[in-house]
Design a protein around this ligand. Structure first.
Ligand code: FAD
Ligand code: NAP
Length: 537
């Protein structure tokens, strides 16, 4: 690798080769910039490379959960299901990577360990666990919001004599649970998707549930070829539309009318139609579901009534129905036969709220004084979301400041894109942007396009450095917090709030104002020559 006169190896280093890192690489190449991607996995795909558990599939419809930047790419791919399964999504990502010849600039099986800003040279020095040290003007974190898989630090795990797995780091060769007693800890989206399939195979399944979640019918089905074909004619236009919406999704609309503007019969009819259609449409039944408790209660009551219809074992009904948080404030789950799974005699539900998992023994899971014997454990226990993977890299900015120290009380960014004191460092779908509250691919493309325009502006203007101004960051952080406080989101112990990680500061991390409004702000900032950023030579 030939370094330039000032020691620069690449214009940019990109960390991660999921949807974000792949598209970022493509755009930088198009802009004439050199880039190297480092990826911990041995292939592209990110989420869809790691999460190979049974039942893993998207819950934003496939016709929208795909790239929207290239007509050729979208026309060359046909999805088979309304919500495609992990192997198909990973095949799609490889298809895109090969079509764009991305892999030659990606160094796989390589984890970035540190990124240090070299102030005199205005370069980032990036080191990896494979012994690389490279220097680049820009460091772009495409590390993912849900990529730092987390196994709770249960005492005794090392003594467990069976096999254990985390859904977010699933063996590539798959796992055969036939004839086994399996313990599953966690009932978020990953648990809800995997438990029915694990139960279809295993001899006995014990599910340890700390919080019952709202789960909506996915109503997954094969995609009608006529619908798939029609979508190819409109995808690029549809994507422009998606960018103006709150969630980056157009297959349903959020009703603007408030719950109180409907009659009881209308409320019921609206919710029923949306519930039966499947997917997240239900949450858009009326405009104030996420804003007022009374509106939310209507939706939550309806959901509980519908969920109850699927549960036949009287002893688990009350346990499976969520009653300690408003609907939607923890990420909703979409399911196929999840609740029905608990009707089977070999599936047992343990109330891990009343009696928490206290430790893992040599041959089981212990709650209080009761041991549940299992041959295998599945941790569907989630991620150190939004900040885990970023802070997994030892990032040092100006004057030796560590990002982890700066974010000790919660992440601080301007627009979710950068943080003051860390010049030329970008986050894709970082905390403070719509990110995990949206169709992530729409938000990824929104960020990557903006970052590319920004870097082109710097390059053309012979400017080497862009840095968030502290006051712009303070104003943005305050704005995100104020907005979150007008919603019901802070009313749950969710990973959006950092509540799933003991000791993690509890602040609402994503921007809840919607993709469309946020996009207008991004455009306004760029049009004002990157207002809120300091640009320097
Ligand atoms: P990722 O796909 O997470 O990729 C990040 C990559 O960075 C990973 O491959 C990781 O190995 C790598 N990396 C991290 N740190 C380092 C390091 N230090 N060095 C080197 N490499 C590193 N979103 C939706 O909108 N719709 C859905 O239906 C949906 N379904 C999901 C299902 C599951 C099971 C999960 C876990 C998430 C889902 N998401 C969904 C969110 C999903 O994460 C995003 O949609 C999207 O895939 C994120 O892409 P990304 O490139 O930003 O991050
Ligand atoms: P998650 O939503 O954080 O769920 C983790 C589960 O583990 C929760 O039920 C949690 O309980 C439980 N848990 C954690 N620590 C525990 C402990 N010490 N003892 C007992 N229970 C414990 O994680 P996830 O299911 O992997 O999903 C994360 C996100 O990824 C989703 O919200 C979604 O955005 C995305 N995802 C999407 C899909 C999809 O359908 N496309 C599938 C999977 C994931 P508490 O709730 O009480 O904390």
């Amino acid at each position: 690798m030939a370094s330039s006169a000032n020691g620069q190896d690449f214009d940019a280093v990109i960390v991660g080769a999921g949807f974000a890192g792949m598209y970022m690489l493509h755009k930088l190449r198009q802009a004439g910039l050199s880039a190297r991607v480092f990826e911990a996995g041995d292939g592209v795909g990110g989420t869809w490379y790691w999460n190979r558990y049974p039942g893993a599939r998207c819950d934003v419809e496939s016709l929208e959960y795909q790239y929207g930047f290239s007509d050729e790419i979208q026309k060359g791919w046909t999805w088979s299901e309304r919500y495609s399964a992990q192997p198909e999504i990973l095949r799609y990502q490889n298809y895109v990577a090969d079509k764009l010849d991305l892999k030659r600039d990606i160094q796989f099986s390589t984890r970035v360990t540190s990124a240090t800003y070299d102030e005199p040279n205005a370069l980032w020095t990036i080191t990896t666990d494979k012994g690389n040290t490279v220097h680049a003007r820009f460091c772009i974190m495409a590390t993912g919001c849900l990529s730092a898989a987390r196994v709770p630090d249960f005492e005794g795990i090392d003594d467990f004599t069976g096999d254990w797995y985390h859904t977010g780091d699933w063996p590539h060769e798959g796992v055969d649970f036939t004839g086994k007693r399996v313990g599953v800890i966690g009932t978020g989206s990953s648990g809800v998707q995997s438990i029915p399939l694990i139960a279809a195979q295993a001899k006995h399944v014990t599910v340890f549930q700390r919080t019952a979640n709202f789960t909506l019918p996915a109503c997954n089905r094969p995609l009608d070829p006529a619908v798939a074909a029609a979508s190819k004619q409109t995808l690029l236009e549809d994507r422009k539309h998606a960018l103006t919406t709150a969630g980056g999704i157009i297959c349903f609309e959020y009703n603007e009318r408030l719950a109180e503007d409907f009659t009881e019969a209308e409320v019921e009819a609206e919710m029923k139609a949306r519930w039966e259609a499947g997917g997240f449409a239900f949450l858009g039944a009326f405009g104030d579901v996420m804003l007022t408790k009374s509106a939310n209660d209507k939706a939550a009551d309806f959901a509980r009534r519908e969920m109850r219809k699927h549960i036949k074992k009287p002893e688990v009904v009350d346990l499976l129905l969520p009653n300690d948080h408003p609907i939607g404030v923890k990420r909703l789950c979409l399911d196929t036969d999840y609740l029905e799974t608990f009707n089977a005699p070999h599936v047992e539900l343990v109330n891990a709220r009343a009696t928490p998992v206290s430790r893992i023994s040599a041959d089981g899971i212990v709650c209080g004084d009761k041991e549940y014997k299992v041959d295998a454990i599945v941790f569907a226990t989630g991620f150190d979301a939004m900040t885990g993977a970023i802070l997994g890299v030892n990032i040092t900015g100006r004057k030796g400041e560590k990002l982890k120290d700066k974010w000790a009380a919660g992440p601080r960014t301007y627009l979710g894109l950068g943080s003051a004191g860390f010049p030329n460092l970008f986050f894709i779908t970082g905390p403070g942007s719509p990110s995990v509250l949206s169709n992530m691919i729409v938000s990824i493309e929104q960020h990557v396009d903006w970052i590319t325009d920004c870097l082109s502006r710097l390059t053309k203007g012979n400017l080497r450095v862009i840095e968030v101004k502290p006051d712009a960051e303070d104003t943005w952080v305050a704005h995100v917090n104020e907005l979150a406080a007008t919603t019901l989101y802070p009313q749950a112990n969710s990973w959006y709030m950092g509540a799933n990680i003991p000791g993690k500061p509890q602040v609402f991390m994503p921007y809840p104002g919607g993709v469309g409004v946020y996009g207008e702000k991004l455009a306004e900032v760029a049009n004002a020559d990157y207002d809120g950023f300091a640009l320097g030579a």
